[in-house]
Design a protein around this ligand. Structure first.
Ligand SMILES: NC(=O)c1ccc[n+]([C@@H]2O[C@H](COP(=O)([O-])OP(=O)(O)OC[C@H]3O[C@@H](n4cnc5c(N)ncnc54)[C@H](O)[C@@H]3O)[C@@H](O)[C@H]2O)c1
Ligand SMILES: [Zn+2]
Ligand SMILES: [Zn+2]
Length: 393
């Protein structure tokens, strides 16, 4: 089959690789019809390179048609239309039972001291072949796959794999009071969806922050107030100005470790990317390599006693944090990968009863698998109005 394969920093290619097959009795194989490219894939494209191995198949936002089922799978059959959550979880362990599927004790990657295995996401998360491919082997299929109805185009359901539950969890963790205010840092797919969900769930003031004109315009077209990072001296001041001087009740960081902004960390990060794998890994563990501009803005801007919710991914293990401010302002901080299946019951009605979140028109580009290398470049460089790409094998 054809698949999107990581070859090195900023080098992904579409290669011919062996077809996946059932390996365990609780596996299924899915023929992929749509597969998103995520901001998380961009981390692999550059800064998380030291944790990748040439030949890794990328992708963790797939949906498609069940092709084959293992002998223990009785609730699915070939022909079913399914969306595959990006985290691989069992559904029955102590973590899964309390809704922490990202910490699944059956799939935890213990030799790396990490949580649940993820599709297409480095050796830290199990090095499981990903879903930007014609076919995908899905482990733990007794629990993961979400069956969706025939009818609407893939666009309606594909974001159940990641974007929707990630944004839902970010808003849930933000604990915005009824009618309260939230600022969303970053208007990529995740931040954009956070603004839509926050408003849908009753936030009074929703402000989006970014620096890419098309992304700001996209949010404005949805009625979101925006702040242009490049157009203000200090984002936190601008957010206070928009919220009666006090700061938003909650701030969501949908940027993560590659934030634009001032800071000496850029040099350290560049160094990590250039080092040979082992040395790069070591430096990430011993030095702070995240660019924490967005996180710092969140901590500065949020009102006293407010909540900072991180959905942006951070990867350095020794980043300095403004502990005095966090403590003095009595800030609550919540974060993590999305526990996808936990939120599906809340989200599905918003997909089957009309389209209040605008998922049908959310993708900016739908391209064949063969065009993945160009799509990665455009998404990384924010060229060509690229916000969300769906690969259609
Ligand atoms: N928690 C999860 O489960 C989960 C799931 C999916 C994605 N993510 C993470 O969420 C983040 C966003 O993903 P995405 O797909 O929207 O990616 P993206 O890269 O398209 O979006 C990031 C946006 O942040 C903007 N930005 C950069 N620096 C900024 C700053 N200082 N202030 C405000 N905006 C700034 C960029 O211009 C860009 O539009 C990534 O870190 C990704 O890894 C997390
Ligand atoms: Zn993703
Ligand atoms: Zn589990």
């Amino acid at each position: 089959m054809k698949a999107v394969v990581w070859h090195g920093k900023r080098d992904v290619r579409v290669d011919s690789v062996p077809d996946p097959a059932i390996q365990e009795p609780n596996d299924i194989v899915v023929k992929i019809t749509s597969s998103g490219i995520c901001g998380s894939d961009l981390h692999l494209y550059e800064v998380l390179g030291p944790f990748m191995t040439e030949g890794d198949i990328l992708g963790h936002e797939p949906m498609g048609i069940v092709e084959e089922v293992g002998s223990e799978i009785s609730h699915l059959e070939p022909g079913d239309r399914v969306v595959i959550p990006f985290n691989i979880s069992c559904g029955y362990c102590a973590m899964c039972r309390q809704g922490l599927m990202t910490q699944c004790e059956t799939t935890q990657v213990r030799d790396q001291d990490k949580g649940a295995a993820l599709f297409g996401y480095t050796k830290l998360y199990g090095q499981v072949p990903g879903g930007q491919a014609e076919y995908l082997r899905v482990p733990q299929a007794q629990f993961g796959p979400i069956v969706v109805p025939d009818g609407p185009a893939d666009d309606r359901f594909v974001y159940l794999s990641d974007v929707l539950p990630t944004a839902w969890q970010a808003v849930e963790y933000a604990a915005i009071p009824d009618g309260g205010s939230v600022a969303v840092l970053g208007l990529g797919p995740i931040g954009d969806m956070c603004t839509r969900i926050a408003r849908h769930r009753g936030a009074g003031t929703v402000i989006g922050v970014d620096l890419v004109p098309e992304r700001l315009a996209r949010a404005q077209a949805n009625g979101i107030t925006t702040v242009d990072l490049g157009g203000v001296d200090d984002v936190a001041d601008a957010l206070r100005d928009l919220t009666g001087g006090r700061g938003p009740d909650a701030v969501i960081d949908a940027v993560g470790m590659e934030a634009h902004g001032a800071g000496g960390q850029r040099m350290a990060r560049k160094a990590v990317g250039l080092l040979p794998d082992a040395a790069g890994e070591k430096l990430m563990e011993s030095a702070g390599v995240d660019q924490t501009a967005a996180l710092r803005t969140a901590i500065d801007a949020v009102r006293r006693g407010g909540t900072v919710s991180l959905s942006g991914v951070y990867g350095g293990m020794a980043d300095p944090m403004p502990m005095m401010t966090l403590f003095d302002k009595q800030i609550q901080l919540r974060m993590g990968q999305a526990n996808v299946k936990r939120w599906i019951g809340d989200i599905l009605p918003l997909l089957t009863d009309g389209d209040p979140l605008g998922v049908d028109t959310f993708a900016t580009h739908r391209v064949p698998l063969a065009e993945a290398p160009q799509a990665y470049r455009d998404f990384q460089d924010k060229n060509n109005g690229t916000v969300k790409v769906l690969l259609q094998p």
